[in-house]
Ligand binder design. Structure first.
Ligand SMILES: Nc1ncnc2c1ncn2[C@@H]1O[C@H](COP(=O)(O)OP(=O)(O)O)[C@@H](O)[C@H]1O
Ligand SMILES: [Mg+2]
Length: 320
């Protein structure tokens, strides 16, 4: 199989069927269905999908933890069974587990030694990684006292210790508080600048907007589409808005669908496509708008539209 040299991950016709249950009552789950996807070197790619979409299954197959039912995967131009290839990959699992009685530094030293580092080289690399994942200060504290965000950052640290070309993270932001969230996002942005290829699975849209170059939307094991984040942000997908209006003004809107909501809730939800029309109507009836805020991000609206099967971009497009 030949692949263009600038592909970090080359997935072709990948399917995975899980068979569980008993022989007399088998349960078959088509977790992935004919997934074809390319991830370029040095890009940040986000695979989006609801729970059960097949994201973790895809990652496990890419990493060689699971065998596919059909299809093939090439990683960094080779096979995942090849040690050379595996040494260039860092991985943060969905629920990383670390020994709690060690310090963060000790853990990174251990993982560094697994990569063949020792002595001053090991210490230098551990210091570098601790800095990168914003854990230098807490590095001599025991893992048992770490917050969820700190655990995730040490998790990223262990994945980075061997200077991987490709970093694969399964739901790296889930369960983080806003501070942990921002720190994680900044780490990804730094890694991108350093030229690391990122492959993230996530259901958190905000992360995707700020970190990823392209996204793929997986739904029920099928890739709905691949699109560039900048195209999506400039697309004509409409988000819903909430308009704050004084509830006393409700009577001015008699005969419109807005009267009830304004009287009861002091505002009204409108779709983006009818935004200017609605604002004009409020203006005509001399109703003052006190505020206007989007109810979701463009990315979220795009995702929801895509899984509902009404996306505006070509299906399976792979433009950068
Ligand atoms: N080991 C397994 N055995 C049986 N079914 C599984 C197994 N792992 C995942 N599944 C099923 O495959 C589908 C995809 O799961 P998963 O890849 O974990 O999705 P995601 O990571 O997007 O939440 C789900 O329906 C899930 O229940
Ligand atoms: Mg998962």
């Amino acid at each position: 199989m030949t692949t263009p040299s600038n592909l970090a991950i080359h997935i072709k016709g990948l399917s995975k069927t899980y068979k569980t249950g008993f022989w007399f009552k088998p349960k078959i789950t088509h977790a992935l269905n004919n997934l074809t996807l390319d991830v370029y070197e040095k890009e940040a790619f986000g695979l989006l999908g609801l729970n059960g979409a097949g994201k973790t299954t895809a990652i496990k197959i890419i990493l060689g933890f699971l065998a596919p039912t059909a299809g093939s995967v090439q990683v960094l131009g080779g096979k995942i069974s090849d040690r050379e290839v595996r040494n260039q990959i860092g991985y943060l699992s969905e629920l990383p587990y670390f020994s709690r009685q060690h310090t963060g530094r000790e853990l990174l030293e251990y993982f560094g030694s697994l990569h063949g580092l020792s002595g001053s080289k090991l210490h230098r690399r551990v210091d570098e990684v601790l800095e990168l994942v914003r854990m230098s200060k807490a590095s001599r504290e025991k893992v048992s006292g770490y917050s969820k965000g700190m655990l995730q950052r040490i998790g990223i640290g262990q994945a980075l210790i061997g200077k991987p070309k490709l970093l694969i993270c399964d739901e790296p932001m889930s369960g983080l508080d806003p501070v942990g969230y921002k720190e994680m996002r900044d780490i990804f942005i730094d890694l991108k600048k350093m030229g690391t290829t990122l492959f993230l699975n996530t259901h958190i849209m905000d992360e995707v907007e700020r970190v990823c170059d392209r996204i793929g939307i997986l739904h029920g094991g099928q890739l709905r589409e691949v699109a560039s984040v900048s195209d999506i942000l400039q697309s004509s997908v409409h988000v819903d808005y909430w308009v704050d209006v004084d509830s006393q003004d409700a009577s001015r809107l008699a005969g419109t669908p807005f009267q009830k909501s304004i009287a009861e809730n002091g505002g009204v939800q409108i779709t983006g496509s009818s935004l200017s029309e609605t604002l004009n109507l409020l203006n005509q009836r001399q109703v003052k708008t006190k505020g206007l805020r989007p109810l979701s991000s463009v990315m979220e609206a795009y995702f929801l539209k895509s899984i509902a099967g009404q996306s505006s971009t070509e299906s399976g497009r792979a433009s950068k």
